[in-house]
Ligand binder design. Structure first.
Ligand SMILES: *Cc1c(COP(=O)(O)O)cnc(C)c1O
Length: 437
């Protein structure tokens, strides 16, 4: 008879193996990052056991928002949530922040729910053009029952074609114009679309999930200054906070959006994540500029390196990127699926990605890969390391060297980078397990 597995030991063991492996990897998933040790301590704090349902009240003597809670026991948490809101308003330059959404999709859902009614229209990018699923019918747009109005996308410039989209928008009159994307190389034309939004009385909602850390660091674009009404985001991509969501908006939308987030779509808003978010916001206020600048330098440098080694990196004519991402067309060297799998064997973690000229049916094996440098920048890598990473990828994908051999060199290379930068302190290594004993 087979002995029953000890699941407890097995899961602990799998966590340890995961940490060891990922610590030996170069992680370039564009939607991922790692948090500081202080943020991780917040995540494992007692706040992870508590509830703080409630509605927004006035302000305390420090100017922080206060809350009318339904349960007792929240006096310290209330201050933390107030700090998170204040810092988010400052860093994202908006009038009102809501830190209730527990993910980026939930943030979008809360905004759609607040600002639209069933059958209204929403404009956005298709998934092939880089739009996030939550901008489309398969996800939040479909859940609320909205109708899609896709923008026309300029595949060469890798951006929204405002001139060609204009007549469609004027005719279809979407209630919400979504901006922001998951494949997101260049700032979106908020200013130009603001004029159209004014004509058709639409809200501009800027989904900064990918670029929030760059925006907080004063680098990509300034959504509210350029004309957005609402900013939504995940809190864990270029912004190095715990996994979660956030909404920042203009004052006149605050009540609707707050009510939609709670009690509309959330009961418990995961207080430990709010505490971690407050710490990450404080860190970004202090270190965000340096971090965002180095991210963009690294992205450009990795793109240039890959291009010089023979990769078809998109948008060479625009210096490849202004964000943390680069997109590579690998249709001539194995296509997305094989390329991503070969890289994984060599401990280089990336994802296959649809490019604008792919069909949705190509999702399993699209023509592209997407590479993000937020995490490798956070552990201290600079331009010279980008050249080395480009070499590793060239050996695997173009020279077709055995990935197992390249892996040895990747592990060796990665050994130097085990500290978290752009944060206050770093008592543990970037990939250590946080133990509480
Ligand atoms: C990742 C992403 C989201 C979703 O965020 P989750 O936190 O995973 O729910 C929303 N919008 C865009 C543009 C994204 O890239």
């Amino acid at each position: 008879m087979m002995e029953e597995m000890n699941y407890y030991d097995e899961v602990i063991n799998l966590i340890e193996r995961h940490h060891r492996w990922r610590g030996n990897c170069i992680n370039m998933i564009a939607s991922e990052n790692i948090t500081s040790i202080a943020v991780r301590e917040a995540i494992v704090s007692d706040f992870g056991h508590r509830y703080a349902e409630g509605l927004l009240g006035g302000r305390n003597e420090d100017g922080l928002r206060i809350f009318n809670r339904f349960y007792q026991g929240t006096k310290y948490f209330d201050k933390i949530e107030g700090i998170a809101m204040k810092l988010a308003e400052e860093l994202f330059e908006g009038e009102h922040a809501n830190v209730v959404p527990i993910s980026g999709v939930m943030a979008n859902l809360a905004v759609y729910n607040a600002l639209t009614k069933h059958n209204d229209k929403i404009s956005g990018l298709t998934v092939q053009a880089g739009g996030h699923i939550s901008h489309t019918r398969v996800s939040a747009v479909g859940v609320i029952g909205l109708r899609e109005v896709p923008y026309v996308f300029d595949n060469y410039e890798m951006n929204i074609d405002v001139d060609k989209s204009k007549s469609i928008l004027l005719r279809e009159k979407p209630r919400i114009m979504m901006l922001g994307a998951s494949l997101f190389l260049f700032p979106h034309p908020i200013k130009e679309l603001r004029e159209i939004a004014n004509e058709i009385d639409a809200y501009i909602v800027y989904d900064g999930a990918h670029v929030a850390g760059l925006i907080a660091g004063g680098r990509f674009q300034r959504p509210f200054k350029e004309g957005a009404d609402v900013f939504t985001s995940s809190t864990h991509k270029t912004f190095p906070g715990p996994q979660g969501g956030i909404i920042v908006c203009k004052k006149f939308l605050a009540d609707k959006i707050d009510n939609s987030a709670f009690p509309g779509l959330t009961s418990n808003h995961h207080l430990h994540h709010v505490a971690g978010l407050a710490i990450a916001l404080a860190e970004m206020k202090e270190f965000g500029r340096d971090y965002a600048n180095q991210i963009v330098k690294n992205a450009k440098s990795l793109a240039q390196g890959l291009y010089e080694l023979g990769f078809n990196v998109l948008c060479e004519h625009k210096d490849f990127t202004e964000s943390h991402q680069i997109a590579v067309d690998v249709s001539e060297v194995g296509r997305g699926k094989e390329v991503a799998e070969l890289c994984e064997r060599a401990n280089i973690i990336i994802n296959k990605n649809l490019l604008p000229w792919d069909s949705l049916n190509d999702a399993d094996n699209p023509s592209g890969i997407r590479i993000g440098v937020a995490e490798i920048t956070r552990i201290g890598m600079k331009e010279s390391e980008m050249k080395e990473i480009a070499e590793f990828m060239m050996r695997i994908i173009i020279k077709r060297e055995n990935p197992d051999n390249v892996r040895e060199d990747v592990i060796d290379f990665k050994k130097e980078f085990n500290e978290i930068h752009y944060c206050y302190q770093s008592r543990s290594g970037a990939y250590d397990i946080i133990r509480i004993e």
